[in-house]
Design a protein around this ligand. Structure first.
Ligand SMILES: NC(=O)c1ccc[n+]([C@@H]2O[C@H](COP(=O)([O-])OP(=O)(O)OC[C@H]3O[C@@H](n4cnc5c(N)ncnc54)[C@H](OP(=O)(O)O)[C@@H]3O)[C@@H](O)[C@H]2O)c1
Length: 409
């Protein structure tokens, strides 16, 4: 019998207990022995709990119990999650987690510690919830050099962008609606400012490069400035706007990593990923394009990923099978060197296409029937050149959105 402890009994924690209970026969077959949750760590009384006999508020009891070989950390946040994970690994227990904050900040240390103790530190649920992206990169695509990842990694913002695009609703309206449906937190900052997607692309970049991508150094822009007027132009151009998390390996070996809203053409594989769904487009140098799609969050999809890690850890009690990256810092491409086409909206008083082209070079003018302004899509240029060009603009710039090109398939 494999005995595990679950730290935290919230959305994901209750899901983990439910999946283990619902699929117990199947899991027994797959592991070769039954799996049972012996403890659930909570920090307050939970009245009328159906698993009351497993609840404990004493982490030391879990740590000291030699029967517990695997611990699922699903509390979230950095502390005490980091200390608990570290102490469990030091005590020779495998740790699995869905906590992207923990993995993005301390993944390298926890991986090194797990390797030293020959136990597992697994984190499939930390990126894109139920979508098996970590195992795909670490396992299935291990024969490839992964050169590009383009992901919709945050369901909340994708729900909001979809609603703004399809229904013409404005930002404040869709945020309030997302909060009402429970898709957005009362404090939505981590989602709408792009921080959540940024941690996830940092984890995927670390996995692909083998070095630590520091999420605090990644260019990160959220969706708070996107308006219904931007969406009108997008429609006019046969495009939509999505918050993308991007990693591209450049020819000089540096990595361009970025989170920002992008215009996507109708032919782009991520164009139709709508609502709370997530998707990841991966390009390998041998396999070409691979796309994963599914539920990037939610109780059961995330718990499914956590339980898959529990099974993996149970199957390999004394051999490290986990994804690896070192503590060496990955050098990221300077943000100003990244090349894109840029879409911008600006006030038109006294403005002609000649003016626009003198300022920005050749490009395409776009109108969306909004009086007093126009839109323009530049040719490809660096962020630095674009910044210089618009610094000289006499007209007020109303918005700037990058264009993500469709892959040539
Ligand atoms: N929800 C999702 O769809 C989803 C998807 C992917 C990844 N994740 C990640 O999974 C983790 C858990 O998310 P969640 O949505 O399940 O959060 P949640 O619903 O807030 O649950 C977290 C639980 O952990 C408990 N907890 C916090 N600190 C604790 C401590 N020191 N001791 C014992 N219990 C403690 C909380 O207790 P209280 O109830 O007392 O506050 C709460 O019940 C986070 O890292 C999150 O980013 C979540």
């Amino acid at each position: 019998m494999v005995k595990v402890a679950v730290l935290g009994y919230g959305t994901v924690g209750t899901g983990v207990v439910e999946v283990i209970h619902a699929n117990r026969e199947l899991l027994k077959e797959r592991i070769g022995q039954p799996i049972d949750v012996k403890y659930i760590l909570v920090r307050r009384e939970i009245p009328d709990c159906s698993v009351w006999e497993k609840l404990t508020q004493d982490f030391e009891k879990i740590l000291a119990d030699p029967e517990i070989s695997i611990v699922a950390e699903v509390m979230g946040g950095i502390e005490p999650a980091f200390t608990y994970a570290k102490r469990c690994l030091e005590a020779g227990k495998s740790v699995v987690t869905s906590n992207k904050e923990l993995v993005a900040k301390h993944g390298d240390e926890l991986i090194a510690l797990a390797q030293k103790r020959q136990v597992q530190f697994l984190f499939e649920g930390s990126v894109a919830g139920g979508i098996p992206v970590i195992r795909t990169l670490h396992g299935c695509l291990t024969g490839d050099a992964v050169t590009e990842i383009v992901g919709i990694l945050n369901g909340t913002t994708n729900y909001m962008m979809t609603n703004m695009f399809q229904n013409g609703a404005d930002y404040a309206e869709v945020l309030a609606e997302a909060q009402e449906h429970g898709y957005a937190e009362r404090n939505p900052e981590a989602d709408v400012e792009g921080y959540d997607a940024c941690r996830k692309i940092a984890i995927l970049t670390s996995l692909v490069s083998g070095k630590k991508a520091d999420f605090e150094e990644i260019y990160c822009e959220g969706i708070t400035r996107i308006t219904t007027d931007d969406m009108k132009y997008a429609k006019q151009m046969g495009k939509t706007i999505k918050l993308l998390a991007i990693m591209k390996k450049e020819e000089d070996g540096t990595y361009q990593v970025k989170v920002a809203p992008f215009l996507l053409d109708a032919g782009h594989p991520l164009y139709s990923v709508d609502g709370v769904f997530n998707s990841v487009l991966i390009r390998g140098n041998m396999v070409g394009e691979v796309m994963l799609y599914g539920k990037g969050a939610g109780k059961l999809p995330t718990a499914s990923a956590v339980v898959a890690d529990l099974v993996e850890a149970a199957r390999h009690p004394a051999k490290s099978v986990m994804p690896v990256w070192s503590g060496e810092k990955l050098s990221l491409q300077e943000a100003k060197k990244a090349r894109h086409r840029f879409f911008l909206r600006l006030k038109t008083e006294g403005m002609t296409k000649d003016h626009l082209e003198r300022m920005l070079g050749e490009g395409t003018e776009v109108t969306a029937g909004i009086p007093g302004e126009t839109g323009f899509v530049t040719k490809e240029m660096t962020e630095e050149d674009f910044e210089k060009a618009i610094a000289e603009a006499e007209q007020e710039i109303l918005s700037v959105i990058r264009v993500e090109e469709s892959p040539a398939i």
